[in-house]
Design a binder for this molecule. Structure first.
Ligand SMILES: *Cc1c(COP(=O)(O)O)cnc(C)c1O
Length: 366
């Protein structure tokens, strides 16, 4: 069997006419940087999430960094982040002069462990970045209670969870700011780098908008120094063409995840939690835990089944943080997951029969 881990081309072909027309429209108007297509996408995405404001930016990493800056997080501050995530979640804190403080993850949700938040606090803690990893929402009511009780800002890292909800309310709309990546392979992906920041607070959004565009208030009037992190018209037009399909794509991901859940139930492996306490996952990745992961992975590859590892090195153990001398004993769950997690193929256009073939290939290995 030959299958893909994700298949961006299949997605393009399924909506080719819409995407081609969107791109042709940008070329016809030459609205390459910001402009009408960007404004239209910002409005459409804010409406989709049911939040007043969205501002586009260059990528998801910038979205996080701009959000922290706009909230006044900087030198000397500490930011709580989960021990398992993509490096951007920690990098953004360092890049504004703050320190990312890693918190181990919960063995069931694999998201930041709420039980460990309290003991991770110091007098310098200013913010927390919950990451809805693999699409499964963090328990946002609990995070917000904790943050309010301790005067912390909440920046949601929603890069893997477009369209996920908690108690019917979109993730990204719970915290002070929600940050999205539209990297091509995300649940809602552009055809290049793109990102977005959402908030109900117009002051924060105005600050992000200025910081992302050289601190501009006018064409040549800069009230502060910012940087260049703008969403471009082509990406915005592609995103607008894709947005109407997002809920359908999440429904397809959910069907595939549920099918995996069924067909893998008899095998000696740990299946991911699909939902919890009113949380609707966006099923970005389907991540199991297996013993002898590398051998299992190699066997699957032999059968033509590509898999992923998200992530092979948890944040505290990356060479980038070696100088902090962080110990596995302090992040036992994240450390254990490094050797056992395996991401199976899942994307909306994938045929359900692939799930059965993946299960059969896994079964042969046990
Ligand atoms: C992809 C991702 C990001 C960064 O997004 P980019 O657009 O690639 O900069 C941040 N956090 C998480 C959890 C991600 O998966």
């Amino acid at each position: 069997m030959k299958c893909h881990f994700v298949d961006l081309h299949a997605q393009y072909l399924s909506i080719k006419d819409d995407v081609d027309a969107a791109i042709a429209g940008v070329i016809a108007n030459s609205t390459y940087i910001r402009g009408s297509c960007v404004e239209a996408f910002e409005a459409a995405y804010a409406a989709y999430l049911e939040i007043p404001h969205c501002v586009g930016c260059g990528n998801g990493t910038d979205a996080l960094e701009l959000a922290l800056k706009a909230l006044g997080i900087g030198a000397g501050d500490e930011v709580l982040v989960p021990a398992n995530s993509w490096i951007s979640t920690a990098e953004c804190a360092t890049n504004v002069g703050a320190v990312p403080v890693f918190v181990d993850v919960d063995p069931q949700t694999r998201n930041i462990d709420l039980e460990l938040l309290e003991r991770s606090l110091t007098c310098r803690t200013k913010a927390i970045i919950p990451v809805h990893l693999f699409g499964l929402p963090v328990d946002m009511p609990a995070i917000m209670d904790f943050a309010r009780a301790h005067g912390l800002k909440v920046v949601e890292d929603c890069a893997q969870a477009h369209g996920a909800k908690v108690e019917g309310r979109a993730i990204g709309t719970w915290g002070d700011v929600g940050c999205f990546s539209f990297f091509p392979a995300k649940n809602l992906g552009a055809m290049g780098d793109a990102g977005g920041v959402v908030s109900a607070d117009p002051t924060v959004i105005e600050r992000v908008r200025m910081l992302a565009n050289h601190g501009r208030v006018d064409k040549f009037d800069h009230s502060i120094e910012g940087r260049n992190s703008r969403l471009d018209g082509l990406q915005a037009a592609v995103l607008s063409a894709k947005l109407p399909h997002l809920d359908r794509w999440i429904a397809a991901r959910r069907r595939l995840a549920n099918r995996y859940d069924d067909v893998l139930s008899e095998l000696p492996l740990v299946r991911p939690m699909l939902e919890h306490k009113g949380a609707r996952s966006a099923f970005h990745l389907y991540v199991i835990e297996v013993e002898n992961r590398d051998a299992v992975r190699a066997k699957l590859a032999d059968s033509g089944i590509p898999t992923g590892i998200h992530y092979p090195i948890a944040l505290p153990f990356l060479a980038a943080y070696r100088n902090r001398k962080l110990q596995p004993a302090d992040y036992p769950v994240a450390h254990r997951l490094m050797d056992s997690i395996l991401s199976l193929p899942i994307y909306p256009e994938m045929d359900e029969s692939v799930v059965d073939e993946v299960a059969a290939a896994l079964k042969k290995n046990f």
